[in-house]
Design a protein around this ligand. Sequence first.
Ligand code: PMP
Length: 402
Amino acid sequence: DGNIFIDMTGGLGVNNIGHHHPKVVEAVKRQADILMHALDVVHPTRTALAMKMAEIMPGRLKNNCFTAFATSGSGAVELAVKFAKQIKRKPEILVFQGAYHGVYGHSNAMTASYHYREGYGPFVPGVTFFPYGYCYRCFIGAEYPKCGVACAHYFDYVVNGPYTGVYEPAICVGEPIQGEGGYIDPPPEFWPIIKKACEKAGILFASDEIQAGFGRTGKLWAIEHWGVEPDMIIWGKGVGGDQPVTGVTLGREHYDKLITGSVPATFPGNGLAMVTALTNIEILTDPEADLMGRATRIGEYIKGMLKDAQKDSKVIGDVRGKGFMLSVEVVKDRETKEPPEQGKCAGVMVKMIQRGVLNFVCGRNGNVFRFMPPLTITKEYFEKAIRIFLETLKEEEDNLTR
Ligand code: PMP
């Protein structure tokens, strides 16, 4: 209808290289003439994608892994934990408070929010939630770094100590930067301590990179910011972009422990999905376009703008994130950190949409504004969206603090 919107949602963290990139459209058209539906059987485009995933894995996984494909993030999480159970022959799963991993059987049990659980229990048993490295709302009210990263050490204590109630864990699944839980990036020590605890206990560690991965934070995989090498990467959203393709990639050494054909699905090998992911990877990793470098540089600049605005704002409690995974946690009172009344932040979100900025709040109290535009956005558009956000927030300050 002639309206123009600046997109701060990127298809909910999916369109990292934008919507219908011309190279993707061309590749899809080419593939449509060759092969579309292909169950999950081997064909050249699927093999090419599996090999490409191996090439772009971090750490020990690089070229020493295998990939199982799925058609949603929830589905990929499902595969990861089922594989872990079969590999370890143990039933328990460890996750974090505030986590969002999906809405299927296992993945729903691993998702913390009541909103996604109400009326759906009982859930898959054996799931334990641990405190996340959420410094702004520390679980024991401590302050980083004086806290000594107690949250991560508590995980170690439970997982490796006697009489704690956790006995047979197969896997720990964590979002390197929590997405739906509030765009929270834990302190530098958090993931290294968790990974070490997992190694000590013989547990697999999977990084759920569905929202934080694929270049969004300025590195291809978000866990790389913490220098931690996961045993599995669960990926989705941005890798497929305009087509539904997700998956889990894990160490080759585990392959023989899995029972062949025990997780069949009808659609994962779809030709159009495979070729779209391949093309997305080519565009994202093109050194000339340098999309991840831009995300780091522009992201830092935007974060600086938000931090400046925080200085004389009554309601900006916290500014956080990396690259193009940035957020602002809004509060009623900066001293008490009490969240604004339910629904008020959603009201600000709607006002921003009316002013041409697509955005979507998240967080445990629905009070976190997140900025996750496509990595192709210009600095000018990003800056304009932030200015509109800050203006709207200023206008709503009295309402939010009431
Ligand atoms: N894990 C994370 C970290 C996510 O952000 C999401 C989706 N928001 C999922 C899993 C589930 O993905 P999907 O919606 O594709 O099932």
